[in-house]
Design a protein around this ligand. Sequence first.
Ligand code: SAM
Length: 236
Amino acid sequence: MNERHLSERLIRVANYVPKGAKVADIGSDHAYLPCYLCLDDPECTAIAGEVNEGPFQSAKKQVEKSGLAERIDVRKGNGLEVLAPNEVDTVTIAGMGGSLISTILDEGRDKLEGVKTLILQPNVSAHIIRRWLRENGWLLIAEEILEEDNKIYEILIANRGDDTYLYEEHTEQKILLGPYLIKEANSAFHRKWQEELKNWKRVLAQFENANANEQVEQKRRELLNQISMVEEVLVQ
Ligand code: SAM
């Protein structure tokens, strides 16, 4: 991978960035995504945010090497703290867990002023992001799921808006699996959830031998509920 040849996962993220966008890529590592976006679109400008020194230095080097230092500002800091309100209209956060992405969004809520589009690519726990979006006035407008190098990734795109219609029925099932992904139900989706089912059933079997207590019983009920939500979709 380099700034001109991204992984399929990051190309899919890039495809959702509007032309002429002012983008913040948070957790930017080598700054491949902002470099790719700016090389592809002369109107695009970007901020690459990184909390760790090593990746921050890699991002700076990459931006300079690509001759994009005038259009990409590499900033060191935690999450959205590198931004001023109204500085960007699009935020991308890719390659982290859903829990960390949600924490970054939540802790930086005031920095999202002026942001119209969120493009989020969790490696795991996308449902935590869907829930955060719901609770914070963001409307999920598209989702993708793909397999690359034997790993499965999800991409969630959101604009500001009311999502009542999207989650009217089967709310918890849609938060877990993704309202658009359920409808498309492609091969990556099937593979991901077949694997999750297998893991959950293995844990359930272990519970059979565990000493019964309220905690185990609650976890067991949660797993049974998740299994039934997923099986309902997979058999359709
Ligand atoms: N976004 C790139 C991608 O998708 O290929 C890099 C993903 S890499 C696995 C995650 C990056 O996020 C690391 O470089 C890490 O240092 C950075 N990171 C983790 N937590 C962060 C935070 N709270 N704020 C900014 N960067 C963070």
